[in-house]
Design a binder for this molecule. Structure first.
Ligand code: ZN
Length: 170
């Protein structure tokens, strides 16, 4: 194999695949006339390519392949439809779950405290009662009156507050 043989190697392989034409084919042809090694190499390449070449498409395969694009498309559409249905099902299930939750939550919240509230206290125990603000106010007035009259008490506390505001302390 000389330098030209190596230069023509790609052309030879292309020719073996049947894809060489024009000026390149003519050049290779001219070389093959004089080069036995390249003729043998081309024969080997053709043999190898024939071995790996796929057989021609038969009648059954032609029929199968004819509507392959349409079948593929319809299969894709079916899958998309199923996926859409599944998404809609999921959305519906989520809405249903939210509705059930909305319906059950108040009942649960209503029922829950009644379950944990203990039995009513015995007669000896005093249950805590909401303090009446008016009662508290009148009781505080009683405390004020114990230190003096109510008017004097308020005057004293005003003086104390004034002193505190001036920063002189109590
Ligand atoms: Zn050659």
């Amino acid at each position: 194999m000389n330098r030209e043989c190596r230069e023509l190697e790609v052309m030879r392989t292309t020719a073996a695949a049947g894809d060489l034409s024009g000026e390149e084919a003519a050049r290779l042809e001219a070389h093959l006339v004089a080069c036995v090694a390249c003729r043998e190499a081309l024969a080997r390449d053709r043999e190898m390519i024939d071995l790996v070449r796929l057989p021609p498409v038969g009648a059954t395969e032609s029929l199968l392949l004819a509507d392959l694009p349409a079948r593929t498309l319809s299969a894709l559409k079916r899958r998309e439809r199923r996926r859409g249905l599944f998404r809609r099902y999921l959305a519906g299930a989520a809405v249903a779950a939210a509705m059930v939750l909305a319906l059950l939550t108040p009942a649960v919240l209503r029922n829950h405290p009644s379950r944990i509230i203990p039995a009513p206290p015995a007669a000896t125990e005093v249950a805590w009662q909401e303090p009446d603000l008016d009662t508290l106010w009148s009781e505080s007035a009683v405390l004020d009156s114990s230190t003096g009259s109510s008017s004097t008490g308020s005057t004293i506390s005003d003086a104390v507050l004034d002193a505190y505001d001036e920063g002189t302390g109590i």
